[in-house]
Design a protein around this ligand. Structure first.
Ligand SMILES: Cc1cc2nc3c(=O)[nH]c(=O)nc-3n(C[C@H](O)[C@H](O)[C@H](O)COP(=O)(O)OP(=O)(O)OC[C@H]3O[C@@H](n4cnc5c(N)ncnc54)[C@H](O)[C@@H]3O)c2cc1C
Ligand code: SF4
Length: 329
């Protein structure tokens, strides 16, 4: 690990001033991703700005007339246990509850979870200077790619690691940001973006911006959601694949659907073809099977990760059949 300076900020504007625009200073929240990245030399900030004492980021979980607001420092444990999230934004509470371990969920913050970096072993190894770290090529493309992307691959084929991002995107969340140029609210659909030359990260966050809070719009009546995750073992594992599904039923007809897949692309991956297969249909096994086939038509497996495609199909059908009876209530 390289030497670095440490400073603690007391207010958002102070933290933004300290961050600067060259990316050499990074915000430190729970530290559960950033510090391991620094030990693995996949990140080498010259300075850390500790934001844990910034009260404006710690506003907790608050209900407003038309949305739920979650401060960036909200811990995953608080999301998992919050009664309103469990009842009305079920997929989000479920995603928090299956992320990492209880000890990590007590440290890890919402902002840090969305901004964590990929678990790709080449990325995390100091021995490889892969494309995402500024190198020329991606060793995973022809190498050990069992855990890598089915969709959106190239130049990077890493799988996005955040459970919460997948569920929050399915529920149309947006993030409120502040930097030197001012404040902006960005839908997660735009916040996450495939890395490209000139922006080798998975988000459109600017170097001097802080995530202040998340907004979740109130779901329409009759909306239910679920988050399912397939793992190598039952706990302390990232998703091999995951599914966040949101369905709205009017009588016995699906009038709205959102399907987002996790662990299958460098960013949380929306499956609009699956949504189209669902909307207007009566829920049932045939429709769910058609939706899962539609979700996979654009999949481009690598040499060692083709197993992910049937896993996505099975998980999506299970998620939808879980929702159908729930949605009629
Ligand atoms: C063993 C292990 C297992 C795990 N399993 C899972 C899992 O199954 N599912 C899952 O989703 N995650 C998993 N994680 C990841 C874990 O959830 C994240 O490390 C954690 O959520 C990051 O939050 P943090 O507060 O510790 O962030 P930090 O490590 O402090 O920060 C992470 C990044 O976010 C930036 N950042 C933090 N807050 C802000 C902000 N407000 N504004 C701008 N930038 C910010 C930091 O600068 C840094 O770049 C696992 C981690 C470990 C170590
Ligand atoms: S998949 Fe992405 S993170 Fe992994 S080696 Fe390739 S470029 Fe690097």
């Amino acid at each position: 690990m390289r030497n670095f300076a440490y400073v603690s900020a007391g207010a958002v504007d102070e933290a933004i001033e300290l961050l600067g625009q060259d990316g050499a200073t990074r915000p430190l929240a729970g530290g559960t991703d950033l510090l391991p990245l620094m030990k693995e030399e996949a990140a080498a900030p010259a300075r850390l700005v500790d934001i844990k004492r910034v009260a404006e980021l710690d506003s907790g979980i608050q209900e407003t007339a038309d949305s739920l607001t979650l401060g960036a420092l909200t811990r995953l444990a608080d999301i998992e246990e919050h009664p309103l999230l469990r009842q009305r934004y079920t997929a989000v509470a479920e995603a928090a509850g299956v992320a990492a371990t209880p000890q990590l969920r007590n440290m890890a913050t919402l902002g840090g979870n969305l901004l964590q970096r990929p678990r790709c072993w080449y990325f995390r190894s100091p021995q490889f200077h892969c494309w995402l770290k500024g190198g020329a090529s991606c060793p995973a493309r022809e190498g050990e790619n069992r855990l890598h992307a089915l969709f959106g691959g190239g130049p990077c084929y890493a799988a996005h690691p955040s459970d919460l991002a997948t569920a929050l995107l399915a529920l149309d969340a947006s993030v409120h940001l502040k930097g030197r140029a001012g404040e902006r609210t960005v839908a997660l659909a735009e916040f996450f973006a495939l890395p490209e030359d000139g922006r080798r990260v998975e988000t459109t966050l600017l170097p001097d911006e802080l995530a202040l809070r998340l907004h979740l719009p109130a779901p329409a009546p009759g909306t239910r959601s679920v988050y399912l995750k397939a793992m190598d073992r039952k706990t302390w594992a990232f998703a091999l694949v995951s599914v966040a599904a949101v369905v709205r039923l009017d009588g016995n007809r699906i009038t709205g659907a959102r399907v987002v897949l996790g662990g299958v692309a460098p960013i949380p991956w929306r499956a609009p073809a699956a949504e189209r297969a669902l909307v207007g249909a009566e829920p049932g096994p045939e429709v769910f099977k058609r939706a899962s086939e539609a979700a996979l038509t654009a999949a481009r497996p690598l040499q060692h990760n083709a197993y992910k495609a049937p896993l996505v199909g099975a998980l999506l059908q299970r998620a939808l059949s879980t929702l159908a009876p729930r949605a009629s209530g």
